[in-house]
Ligand binder design. Structure first.
Ligand code: GLC
Length: 499
């Protein structure tokens, strides 16, 4: 009997593809599908695997605090707690024109930022998609590509002659990977994260490599600062909202930055910087619990992701949270149920068996009610039929949505543990603080922020309400410009590069 259609519509996915969805008045029974009861039984099993109790969360927070402490004490720790040489908060009065190149996890972005003072700014930008090959080929070629894009941007956005002979535009380079810094315009890549693997880059000063690429293009720029996206986000958010004390990125990767008193960073005591000065710390907390795997509740799906990644053992915390991995966690659970003969019997599942075929954007679409107001779960029908050529029953779709919730909720609650560790280290709980957050997961995953807040209350009780996350300013563009401006002011005042 042909299926009768009750409703239809279309949705545009983040990838730009359009997805047509339709629903039926009855589920077809010509394929052997799992029953409601079977799916409910399976769900219970996954619930216990993916649920984090408040008690467990508090234990994670304690371990996290010790890790942060250790990273500040000694060089070369797993969570490196990187001193960034960005000193103090912006005043909001910084002004001027600045260029920024932002090499993130997915895109390359070039920006021209005009800081107007009073916490105001204007930004013009272009985005370029990075290919998988570019992420793996020689590092110098990757920086050459960044410089080429910057040249194109300058040629397009500046009138000929508007840059005077000999004039150099200040450029901030947002390079969002762990780099050890001795000064603000220097950064030795500790290791690639987020699936990057470009050769001849780890262990080298990426600022110097980028300078070489800029020279090849003879660009009228001066690379003044190398910045992590979290550092930029902290500074940009504080520029417009001075209550901001912490910045977190929930994107392809996951990381945080906050301001530390120099006297409380024992590992840089020897530099003779005033103890009461304040410096941004890029935590690189994605590395929490790497290698030893003592503290985090890893399931066998998480272990598979880790083992099959290009960096086994590393970024243990990030692999449970960030947008790069959530879709893959869900896909692995579904594949297990396919192998066990529970799901999609008699259907060809090869499209779903391709690693990373299940985009994290699908999880957020599956959870989003606004696009999917019928009880038939139209969106989930659409995702499985359009992208994976698979028929689903309502019971299966309800299961998939519930599973997405479990995976998304665990990510958010683990993030609360990281935030709570910084909050309690710095004593921000009583008076409260704002946490500037950015990244696709935070901005697009329905309910993510609410779940982080709920997690903070589970950890701290009612006082957890004092810690509020909000959608931060663009740290990689605007933040980078403000840091370049702050650096220029310090130099003009004759302050030594790192004192
Ligand atoms: C990864 C990077 C880190 C970055 C984060 C968010 O964790 O190592 O530097 O801040 O992703 O982009």
């Amino acid at each position: 009997m042909p299926a009768s259609r009750r409703g239809s519509g279309s949705v545009t996915l983040p990838s730009g593809q359009t997805l047509a969805v339709h629903t039926r008045t009855q589920d077809e029974e010509d394929l052997p599908h799992a029953t409601k009861k079977t799916m409910a039984d399976h769900l219970r099993k996954y619930e216990s695997l993916f649920t984090l109790t408040p008690q467990r969360m508090r234990m994670i927070v304690e371990a996290f605090k010790d890790t942060l402490e250790l990273g500040l004490e000694k060089h070369g720790q797993i969570v490196p707690m990187i001193p960034t040489y960005v000193f103090g908060w912006p005043t909001g009065g910084e002004t001027g024109d600045f260029l920024a190149v932002d090499l993130g996890g997915t895109n390359l972005r070039v920006c021209l930022v005009t800081l107007q003072g009073n916490g105001k700014f204007e930004i013009t930008q272009s985005k370029y998609r990075l290919t998988e090959e570019q992420k793996q080929e020689d590092g110098q070629k990757l920086f050459d590509f960044c410089a080429e894009c910057l040249k194109l941007f300058i040629d397009t956005n500046f009138e000929p002659g508007s840059i005077k002979d000999g004039e150099l535009l200040p450029l901030g380079f947002t390079f969002s990977y762990p780099c050890t810094q001795d000064r603000i315009d220097h950064g030795v890549l500790i290791r690639w994260t987020k699936g990057f693997g470009a050769a001849n880059t780890e262990g080298r000063d990426v600022a110097e490599m980028f300078r070489q690429s800029l020279e090849k293009q003879k660009l009228p720029v001066h690379l003044t600062a190398i910045i992590n996206d979290t550092t930029g986000t902290l500074i940009a958010s504080s520029y417009v909202n001075p209550r901001t004390k912490i910045a977190v990125i929930f994107g392809t990767g996951c990381n945080a930055a906050y301001m530390e008193r120099v006297g409380d960073i024992p590992k840089i005591k020897n530099l003779g910087i005033d103890d009461d000065a304040e410096m941004v710390i890029n935590c690189e907390w994605g590395a929490f619990d790497s290698f030893e795997h003592e503290h985090l509740p890893r399931t066998k799906y998480d272990q598979t992701i880790d083992e099959q990644s290009n960096k086994p053992g590393e970024q243990a915390f990030e692999k449970l949270i960030s947008g790069r991995y959530l879709g893959e966690i869900l896909r692995l659970v579904i594949c297990e149920l396919i192998d066990d003969g529970v799901l999609f019997l008699g259907q060809n599942t090869y499209k779903l068996e391709i690693p990373y075929a299940f985009d994290t954007a699908f999880l957020s679409l599956m959870e989003r009610h606004v696009f999917d107001p019928t009880e038939e779960l139209l969106m989930i029908i659409g995702i499985f039929s359009h992208f994976f050529a698979l028929e689903t029953t309502l019971a299966e779709r309800q299961f998939f949505r519930a599973l997405a919730k479990l995976v998304g909720r665990r990510a958010a609650r683990l993030s609360s543990c990281g935030i709570a560790a910084i909050v309690s280290r710095k004593g921000y709980l009583e008076e409260g603080c704002a946490v500037g957050a950015d990244g696709s997961l935070y901005n697009k995953y329905p309910g993510f922020a609410e779940r982080v807040h709920e997690g903070l209350q589970d950890i701290f009780g009612d006082k957890g309400r004092n810690i509020i996350t909000y959608h931060a300013e663009d740290g990689s563009g605007v933040g980078s410009a403000i840091i370049a401006a702050m650096t220029k002011i310090r130099k003009e005042r004759g302050l030594h590069a790192h004192v």
